[in-house]
Design a protein around this ligand. Structure first.
Ligand code: UD1
Ligand code: CA
Length: 482
């Protein structure tokens, strides 16, 4: 798009009904802040510039917006004197030569807003001769909204705010969504003319309708069918309702794209997650952040993956994972905890009650049971015995363990890092490996087994243990160990 387009996002209001130390527009839905969703929709328009009006807690909101939209113009509204006042401040933040083209005003708290809707609205406005356009909605309960007042011929004459509406006007079901489009030349003339002689004593941006009509312009109004896109969240009840609705929409989109979701009521998918066709999500799955799942993978039941990459055909059961990579055909779980830096190779396995962190586990390598694998490299085809601890921390710093390709380490081993087990090497059960094991060697560290005869009878005299031992000795006298 080469059109000159400015998007102004209003986000100066306090959002006190959230009762939160976190500013309203920063509350997350589907892995993005509310304003993040709006800025995402705005970006779809490829606007020439984006202006964000911040005020309350701007030290929180400003940097967040700047991180999401490099080059954004931040306009500071010190006191919230109304939407007209906010846009006036946004306008003043632009150099004169940038006050051109088409201007879209949106709010920072409408997370369901889609870029496509904004784009269609901007295009309709641009194609018209109207000085401004209103994105309207027809709602069952118009309470609280500005009502669209039309002439008998159907022309838009005014937007009347709730507190200023007559009983008759209050019945009007067509409302101002809050999203408006302006020709810059008109906005430039109208903004200084907005007054605050109304029930709230605020500068209403909606007064521009009246000003346009006075100046002999026409005002367009386009109803959006999907009104929820313009719904804002003022408290946490509305936040949860919008989050549920957004999740429903995201799931529906993925199901239509070929993903099987067996229980949509317990499945949550963030907006930036990517799924291939023929992925299956079982009940109780949360896919968060920038998680990517390749085709034929099966996730769940009951798994949470945040910023995890899952390969083709992998199976992930009852797992909590973050910043991890799971290779094609690999299996994970049940009850596995994949911490950041875990990379499981193709066909590999991380089994039950295994915690991994900063661990590269090669193709076909397996850590099947009850282990902690921290700061490790495990070669392809290696097998780690049940109950193995990679002791990576000496109390001061972390060290790495390297296990060679096709090494077979036995149950209940401890690898005291830094240490290396060579390719094709093996270890005995219960070994504590402190020195490097050469390739192909068997390392055994536990001492030879010794028997202290009749220990129970002597040291546990009078107990059931001693009696059982004595009874057994009577029945079958002990032979000397060879
Ligand atoms: C506004 C509209 C109303 C519309 C409704 C849709 C006006 C006068 N009224 O009413 O017609 O139906 O939205 O939701 O425009 N803000 C600022 N600075 C301010 C005031 C507001 O940045 O000084 C921001 C708020 O953070 C919020 C948005 O503008 O995101 C809307 O403000 P709000 O006070 O909620 O307007 P409404 O009374 O809901
Ligand atoms: Ca509002």
């Amino acid at each position: 798009m080469t059109q000159d387009l400015t998007v102004i996002v209003l986000a100066a209001g306090g959002g006190t009904r959230m009762k939160s130390k976190t500013m309203k527009v920063l509350h997350p839905i589907a892995g993005r802040s509310m304003i993040g969703h709006v800025l995402h929709a705005a970006a779809a328009l490829e606007p020439t510039r984006i202006v964000a009006v911040v005020g309350t807690q701007r030290e929180q909101v400003g940097p967040h917006i700047e991180a999401l939209v490099p080059g954004v113009v931040l306009a500071v509204q010190e006191t919230q004197e109304g939407t007209g006042h906010a846009v006036r401040i946004a306008w003043a933040a632009l150099p004169t030569e940038a006050r051109t083209g088409t201007v879209i005003v949106a709010y920072g708290d409408t997370p369901l807003l889609e870029g496509e809707s904004l784009r269609a609205f901007a295009e309709v406005h641009r194609a018209s001769t109207d000085a401004m356009s209103i994105l309207t909605g027809v709602v069952a309960d118009p309470f609280g909204y500005g009502r669209i007042v039309r002439s008998t011929a159907g022309d838009v004459e005014a937007i009347i705010e709730e507190k200023d509406a007559s009983a008759e006007q209050a019945l009007i079901a067509e409302i101002n969504s809050g999203i408006l489009a302006f020709d810059a030349e008109f906005l430039d003339v109208a903004l200084p003319l907005i007054g605050n002689a109304n029930a709230k004593g605020e500068y209403y941006l909606t007064d521009t309708v009246h000003l346009a009509r006075q100046a002999g312009h026409t005002v367009g109004a386009f109803a959006i069918d999907d009104v929820r896109q313009t719904e804002g969240a003022n408290d946490r009840v509305q936040l949860a309702a919008l989050a549920a609705e957004m999740n429903r929409r995201i799931l529906e989109r993925w199901m239509r794209a070929g993903v099987t979701i067996t229980d949509p009521t317990t499945t949550w998918i963030d907006a930036d997650v990517k799924l291939a066709a023929d992925v299956t999500l079982l009940p109780g799955v949360q896919l968060l952040g920038t998680t990517v799942v390749a085709k034929d993978a099966v996730i769940g039941p009951d798994s949470t993956l945040k910023d995890v990459e899952v390969g083709v055909g992998a199976h992930v059961v009852r797992t909590h994972g973050e910043l991890a990579v799971i290779g094609a055909g690999a299996t994970v779980g049940p009850f596995s905890y994949l911490r950041p830096g875990t990379e499981l190779g193709a066909g590999g396995k991380i089994g039950a009650f295994v915690e991994t962190k900063n661990a590269q586990i090669g193709d076909g390598a397996k850590v099947p049971h009850l282990s902690y694998v921290g700061d490790a490299t495990i070669g392809e085809g290696a097998n780690i015995g049940a109950g193995t601890i990679f002791a990576n921390y000496d109390g001061v710093s972390k060290h790495r363990t390297t296990i060679g390709a096709h090494a077979k380490t036995a149950s209940n081993n401890t690898f005291v890092a830094p240490v290396t087990v060579g390719d094709g090497a093996a270890t005995g059960a219960g070994s504590v490996i402190r020195r490097d094991v050469p390739p192909g060697s068997l390392a055994v560290t536990s001492g030879p087994q010794r028997h202290y005869d009749e220990w129970a009878q002597r040291k546990r005299a009078g107990t059931a243990q001693a009696k059982a031992a004595a009874d057994a000795a009577k029945a079958e006298p002990a032979e000397d160990d060879a």
